[in-house]
Design a protein around this ligand. Sequence first.
Ligand SMILES: *[C@@H]1O[C@H](CO)[C@@H](O)[C@H](O)[C@H]1NC(C)=O
Length: 192
Amino acid sequence: MDSQLSYVLFFAFFLVFLSSSPAPADARASPLLRSVCKQTRDSFHQNYTECVKTLWSDARIQSSASNDLKDVAISVLEIAAETATDTQELFNSYLQMETGTKAIQQCAQSYGSVASAFQGTLEGVKEEDDMVSNMASRIVDSIVVCEKALSSDGVELPQTISNRVHLVRLYKDIGCTVTSQLVSIWLRARKH
Ligand SMILES: *[C@@H]1O[C@H](CO)[C@@H](O)[C@H](O)[C@H]1NC(C)=O
């Protein structure tokens, strides 16, 4: 066979192989979710693939994803609040194993505040209150208080807790992205 032809055939088969391989999470996620994750990447330097995978792995998000941005925001904030509460509980149980660490105690308290800030934002989104765009600073402040306490006490978190902490931050960035998009939609609609 002519070597150029076999080269072309090889590429043709290669392309067929590529297109028939299982679709990545990205391809299955709804266009709305993909756009939310692109925006989250652009605004907060978040990992796009991780964003899509995380959202798409949740049944609530999957079922709200084909609807509108408000439904997605509500699901994201519900999950964010639950994740922050889980994180608080993990810190509390860690506290029982590690005696006398002030930092862990501080973090349990901080993630309690994070959970209630997400909950407050959720209520605000449901009521279409444009003050919800202030959520970010309260949440970030609480997260930073915990981080500082950990580093000043030299505490190294176990993987299960640090994974959860990482997830809370991802949900915070996604939550801020969808919430600020919603607020600008509401403000534009109220002008007319
Ligand atoms: C982004 O997330 C994906 C999936 O979780 C991971 O495989 C990849 O290494 C991450 N990329 C960076 C730059 O962290």
